[in-house]
Design a protein around this ligand. Structure first.
Ligand code: CFM
Length: 544
């Protein structure tokens, strides 16, 4: 067997020390605060440093603010044209690489196959790019007549000061039947893509939510927040909702449409999948329109069943609750059958998960179902509340970087605000153990002695794998090949490589099969790079 763990040889404290050993003292001190050895403290969760700037020179796994805004939040919408104001590379590399899927539906409106960009040149940087942007918006309108056009700023736009919001206003007025709005999401704006999520969501709330009144017919209306339909996850979740009789008004933003955002204020419950990218939208929907929110997780068969039951309990309708139980009973046998076959081969194996801001937590569920142990996890850009739970939010430090991102003030809408439950009803639910607007974070679900690491970088990832040698390492494309070269199977949990869906019941079965294939294949362990067999060159670090 290639990948044997040798955790017994290294205590977590030694692993941490070893990871920091090569750093200059100041860097080591700073990184030490982001590497946490999990231990149960009396009724409290240990504190981790998160959402701070990456140290220059370190090869981070993070992306930029533009990636969070255009790529993550707005990218998956299918009938809004997403127009990038910037050099072509920013647009090209954000084009379809995240594997968020779309179904063009009855209208057939789907702009996903296009990469829209102003293709800025040197002369635009020198003389300004507003004219070019206006021409591009006009061209989009003439060609497609979409309901909405979204404009995204890249770094040079902020540096030269093009006023994209003025262009958006002018063009919106000129067209009359097309909503044009812009995002100041220059890549440098925040410490990670997390800032871009916030910039995107603020504008969605301001320009789209509440603009339409023709709500989809159906009972038990919910919004699904923070689900981006990677590899078709959203399709699988919608299949299950439909079977249960739950009406999904709006997904933010996998395969979503202009009208879905527009009518989101008419749902009766918001269900939050990815807490990091969208929790504040759930709060704003509650404050302005009176829609309560709960945290759900559709990654893992058990987690899916639990989330469905939570939705059933919220609506409290016997018919719905029974239907949900019937659906779970119908779906679970296939899950059990797959596990009966696969689990004996995966039981006891180990995993490491380093993904953006929520999957490192969610996917622990699936590995748990396979009988696998998660040795180390971390987020690229999660905040302390994603690690430690929402109770830390009031204590979060506001620094120059977080102050840079707008917080919008929201009040109850004088017309549209409508409490969905009476105070009595809410109290009853809470007394029965129902938790509204709560998320306990990743750390409480990690075992004692595991390592939780924020903003893990290339060097630390390799060190961690060398020392602990997990049976599988999960992260993204930037990590994939360096990890495989170390002889460890690597699964991308951002794009899912070529697989998916992994959400819901069918997704769980897909995932079990994929992990079985990976952890029981010996191919990576057999591989030796030429320099490992014939080392000719050796090098030392400058600070040694
Ligand atoms: Fe939320 Fe996401 Fe994630 Fe995220 Fe992302 Fe993603 Fe991710 Mo890649 S919104 S935080 S910014 S669950 S793109 S679908 S996989 S890093 S863990």
């Amino acid at each position: 067997m290639a990948a044997k763990t040798n955790t017994a040889q290294w205590t977590p404290a030694e692993v941490k020390e070893e990871m920091l050993r090569k750093y200059p003292p100041k860097v080591a001190r700073k990184r030490a605060q982001s590497i946490l050895i999990n231990e149960a403290l009396e009724n409290s969760t240990p504190e981790i440093q998160a959402n701070v700037r990456t140290i220059p020179g370190i090869i981070t796994m993070r992306g930029c603010t533009y990636a969070g805004c255009k790529g993550v939040i707005m990218g998956p919408t299918r009938d809004i044209v997403n127009l990038v104001h910037g050099p072509i590379g920013c647009s090209f590399y954000a084009w379809l690489t995240r594997r968020n899927q779309t179904d063009a539906g009855e209208t057939g409106e789907n702009y996903m196959p296009y990469a829209f960009c102003t293709d800025m040149q040197d002369s635009d940087i020198i003389f300004g790019g507003e004219k070019k942007l206006k021409a591009a918006v006009q061209e989009v309108y003439d060609l497609f007549h979409p309901k909405g056009i979204a404009i995204f700023a890249t770094c040079p736009v902020g540096l030269i000061g093009d006023d994209i919001h003025a262009v958006a206003r002018e063009m919106k007025e000129k067209f009359g039947d097309c909503n044009v709005f812009a995002f100041s999401c220059e890549g440098y704006k925040g410490v990670s893509q997390s800032a871009g999520h916030h910039i995107a969501n603020n504008q969605v709330f301001r320009h789209l939510v509440g603009t339409e009144q023709n709500v989809k017919p159906g009972e038990y209306k919910i919004n699904l927040l923070g689900e981006y339909n990677i590899g078709g996850d959203g399709f699988e979740i919608d299949r299950i909702f439909k079977k249960c009789g739950i009406t999904n008004i709006a997904t933010f933003s996998g395969n979503s449409t202009y009208d879905q955002f527009g009518t989101a204020h008419l749902a009766d419950l918001s269900c939050v999948m990815c807490h990091r990218s969208i929790n504040y939208v759930a709060d704003m929907l509650e404050t302005k329109y009176g829609i309560p929110w709960i945290k759900v997780n559709f990654i893992g068969a058990e987690a899916t069943a639990k989330s469905l039951r939570k939705i059933g309990q919220y609506f409290g309708d016997k018919a719905l609750i029974e239907r949900i139980e019937a659906v779970i009973n119908e779906e679970m046998p296939a899950v059990a059958e797959a596990l009966a076959d696969i689990k004996p081969r995966t039981e006891g194996k180990t995993a490491m998960l380093f993904v953006g801001g929520s999957r490192a937590h969610h996917y622990m569920e699936l590995f748990g179902e396979l009988g696998m142990k998660t040795l180390s996890t971390g987020y690229e850009f999660g905040h302390r509340d994603d690690y430690e739970g929402r109770h830390v939010i009031p204590t979060l430090k506001v620094d120059a970087d977080s102050r840079n991102i707008e917080e919008i003030e929201v009040e109850a809408d004088p017309v549209a605000y409508k409490p969905r439950k009476t105070g009595e009803e809410l109290k009853g639910l809470e007394e029965a153990g129902f938790e509204f607007k709560d998320y306990k974070g990743l750390i409480p679900d990690m075992e004692k002695g595991t390592l939780v690491i924020d903003d893990l970088n290339q060097y630390e990832a390799e060190k961690l794998v060398e020392l602990i040698r997990p049976d599988i390492f999960c992260a993204g494309i930037k990590e994939k090949y360096s990890i495989q070269k170390l002889g460890i199977p690597m699964k991308q949990l951002h794009s899912y490589d070529y697989g998916g869906p992994y959400a819901g019941f069918r997704g769980a079965v897909n995932f079990y099969k994929e992990i079985d294939r990976l952890v029981n294949s010996r191919v990576w362990g057999y591989m030796k790079a030429p320099w490992q067999e014939n080392p000719e060159l050796s090098a030392t670090y400058v600070w040694e």
